[in-house]
Ligand binder design. Sequence first.
Ligand SMILES: [Zn+2]
Length: 210
Amino acid sequence: MSDDATPRTDGTEGEAATGRHAHGTDGGREGLLPDGGRRTVELPDTIELPRLLDFYELQTAEHTRIHEFYDRLREGVLSTTRCADCDALHYPPRVVCPECTGEDLEYVELPDTGTLYAFSALRGGAPMGMADEAPFTVGVVDLDGVDVRLSARIDGATVEDLDIGDPVELAVVDVDGPADHERVFYRFEPAGATGGEPTHGDRPAEHAEE
Ligand SMILES: [Zn+2]
């Protein structure tokens, strides 16, 4: 028994000692070149964003059943679904009514103006692809005239510029990224501060009630 243990202990120690000795004498330690120098590894200047970690979903009929929302947004119109059975207005748009499980949904136009319910600055931990833009402003917006409250980036203003209740308006942005089709998304900006993306700012705000 002690005979079994002793050689094993000796052997282990012997191997470890031999290993250390070998590394110390022949320069074979991993990462070292024969002349003793270190290898250099290179990183790309840019890294393509993995699509699955992309904040924005794919927006065509092939990829999402709410593609109509994006089709309309591409035209500068914010919209959502309303249930033809129970009249519930959803946001974000749905393919099944969360109130009555009905599937007879219709798209209705939403107002492109609202007021700031809350806002904050995102200073760290931005979604992948947005880190370089931090700090930026995010907010919760109550759309005018309808019972829809949504969150969005607030462009064109820092938190120091804003107050709760400030009027804001829709700003549709193009998304440049790793997708094989044009993508868009919605943001808001202080009302009247635009000059940017075309929206439907002249329209009345009661479309969803039609
Ligand atoms: Zn319903």
